[in-house]
Design a protein around this ligand. Sequence first.
Ligand code: SAM
Length: 237
Amino acid sequence: MPSTLSYQFSPIGIVHSCYKEKFGIPRQPGLVTEPTARLELIPPYNRLDTLDGLSDFSHIWVHFIFHATASEKWKAKVRPPRLGGKEKVGVFASRSTHRPNPIGLSVIQIGRIYTENNKVFIDLIGADLLDQTPVLDIKPYLPYADKIADAEGGFAPSKAETHNVIFSALAESQCRKYEDLHKKPITTLIKQVIEQDPRPSYLSNQVDREHGISLWDINIKWCARNDHFEIIKIEYE
Ligand code: SAM
């Protein structure tokens, strides 16, 4: 037996995502109903035959690296946003990005599987992944084994409550123009991202403070009002 067991893995793919920074990424997959990313298979796995049969499944498990925080130290206890950033739980009782091995796991609905410019892609619907995330493996989600109807959800037993989102007249017309031009449902994406309140816990009581979130090639300016969130305008980056 070797004294230490260590393994080296290399990615099978890379994620191209609408989320260009961590701020604004939903805290779990499936909270947004639009394609938010696509997975590109990288050589030598960039072959359609590696995906034969996959289109018969609706979801995949995506094993990925929290590459943007991988160099940061892990902590034995963390403060999950669902506990308001106040209470701590053990790292292995959490889905924190700060782990001994910075590996993430998301179950994600798949869209189109296709080739473009000799590259192989899978559209990922509602992915909670940062742009350029390296992917270690994908596997089909097997409902008979993976769906556990009476499972206990600990401190996060159900989806977090969502907030009312209102678009200013300016933001509404900007979004309409964007959709006409790019054929991407940006209004729904913005609404579904902001309604989850992406603010860190320490800012969650502040109203009227302007925030910016990057999605695809635009920056969304928005703020929390007393009883809703307002989308103020969008700016091209
Ligand atoms: N579903 C995954 C899991 O449970 O392992 C991820 C959950 S983690 C709480 C979700 C957060 O990870 C996102 O809100 C985003 O801030 C962060 N994230 C996503 N991709 C990342 C990456 N490549 N590097 C670092 N952080 C990332």
